[in-house]
Design a binder for this molecule. Structure first.
Ligand SMILES: [Zn+2]
Length: 478
């Protein structure tokens, strides 16, 4: 029997706000434990939470970008459970009236678009963090308690580990474009849980779902799903049943282990948060926010494929980072010939940025400068090979390309007499390849071109070298 896997994703992202969801404490990461706390986020008696407007705006932007319905009326609830990192013994979350619901996130699978349905995206607050200390005791850091979180829940529409990875990458890029979260998995500002169900192919209701928690990287999600698929399939094949439970992914042993049997929603005893007023949004405000959305990454990628003629791969790399897409697009607008621009940006520029660890925020090469360099190639001032040297100097100094070319004497040699002199010298120094060529071995021609380019340190006009060399070889024999 064949089996298929059905996956739903729950993603928690910390929203990028200056202060916490319900108090004025800082959300800055990395401060000394318990320095960003106050009576409200510590849950001390007699305090009242006040909702952070920015957190609501971020959540609405995400909802709009995901094509969700934005609720005109939504409210907060208390999700009651006890855990040592939660000072109030309840978490402020949204239960039956979430801020946004029923949207979709389009992903690209094998070149085709698939829409993954989004069940809901709701606001809640983050918990604190347990610190297991060297002396065997455990401390709690409440700096993170109360940081606004958005929980984005998909329908079980994903059918492989690779699709789940694609979904997460698409979602991460989208959130970064919207500027609502850093999505830094190492700092915990993006956390994923996968609900994985394995069943016979082509049918059957969704069975009991296994929830995988604590996955700290996208690669981890992929490996955890692959492991879980095999584990559940083996269980079913041996006639067993899969229990509803929460499992933990252990990257070291590369397996999932039982964490707890799954609580049902009613175990949480949700009830309306009495200290917060409902969030009421009018249509006009929502529509105004819709107008401020940027062009979304997938739309941008498709535009580059359709209008610029770029491949799915190239356009995907360029649009994975908004700054990269902005840079590429400025160049393409100034220069035309998108494919040429794409090759230089993804080739030399990205190579240098990666090698020297430079981001777009500190990049010294401007789109105008890069385009000026391309024009120097086009008008014959420099060769394409020298272009690579020039861009490297632009990268290091921030100087304009024409200045670099003049200062370093990198002008292309298109002087026929000068090139002929070099060619004569090269032919004299390479009598064996010359004889081979004249004896009918065409392959040595390329070698001789290379020698001429080397002799001129790459500055010779390659087209002219080809012409003159051919002439010299074909007519220069006895
Ligand atoms: Zn606080």
């Amino acid at each position: 029997m064949d089996y298929e896997v059905v996956i739903g994703m729950e993603v928690h992202v910390e929203l990028k706000t200056e202060s916490k969801a319900f108090c004025g404490c800082s959300t800055a990461f990395g401060a000394a434990p318990n320095t960003h706390v106050c009576p409200v986020c510590l849950g001390l008696p007699g305090v009242l939470p006040v909702l952070n407007r920015k957190a609501v705006e971020h959540a609405v932007r995400v909802g709009l970008a995901l094509g969700c319905e934005i609720s005109a009326f939504s409210k907060f609830d208390r999700k009651n459970y006890f855990y040592p990192d939660m000072p109030k013994n309840y978490q402020i979350s949204q239960y039956d009236k979430p801020l946004t619901s029923t949207g979709r996130l389009p992903i690209l699978v094998d070149g085709a678009i698939r829409e993954i349905r989004i069940r809901r995206a709701h606001l809640e607050e983050d918990a604190g963090k347990l610190l297991h200390l060297d002396d065997g005791t455990t401390g709690v850091d409440f700096n993170r308690a109360g940081v606004p979180l958005l929980e984005i829940v998909s329908e079980p529409d994903l059918h492989s580990a690779d699709e789940a990875v694609e979904y997460l990458l698409r979602l991460k890029t989208l959130l970064e474009y919207l500027g609502v979260s850093d999505c830094n998995m190492e700092e915990g500002s993006m956390r994923c849980e996968a609900n994985v169900d394995v069943r016979p192919t082509g049918g059957g209701p969704i069975g009991d779902i296994v929830e995988i928690k604590n996955v700290a990287s996208i690669t981890g999600v992929k490996r955890a799903i692959e492991f879980e698929f095999e584990r559940q399939r083996d269980l079913l094949e041996m006639g067993g049943t899969v229990k509803r439970e929460t499992r933990r992914w252990n990257p070291d042993s590369a397996r999932t282990t039982v964490m707890r049997t799954k609580e049902l929603a009613h175990d949480y005893r949700y009830f309306p948060e009495p200290d917060l007023v409902p969030v009421v949004l009018d249509r006009e405000t929502i529509e105004r926010m819709r107008e401020t959305l940027p062009e979304l990454p997938l739309a941008r990628q498709l535009r580059y494929m359709n209008e610029h003629g770029l491949s799915e791969y190239d356009s995907g790399v360029l649009t994975a980072q908004q700054a990269a897409a902005d840079f590429y697009e400025s160049c393409a607008r100034l220069y035309g010939q998108p494919k040429v621009v794409c090759n230089w940006v993804m080739g030399e520029l990205f190579r240098l940025m990666k090698e020297r660890r430079v981001g777009f925020d500190t990049l010294q090469v401007t789109p105008t400068a890069l385009v000026d360099m391309l024009k120097l190639i086009d008008n014959g001032t420099i060769s394409g090979t020298i272009g690579k040297t020039v861009i490297e100097a632009m990268f290091a100094t921030g100087l304009p390309p024409d200045r670099i070319v003049v200062d370093r004497g990198l002008m292309q040699i298109s002087d026929t007499a000068e090139l002929e002199k070099t060619i004569t010298a090269v032919l004299e120094a390479n009598s064996k390849p010359v004889a081979d060529y004249r004896g009918g071995n065409e392959k040595t021609f390329g070698f001789l071109v290379g020698q001429v380019m080397r002799a001129t340190k790459g500055k010779a006009n390659p087209k002219l070298v080809n012409e003159l060399l051919r002439k010299a070889l074909d007519t220069g024999g006895e």
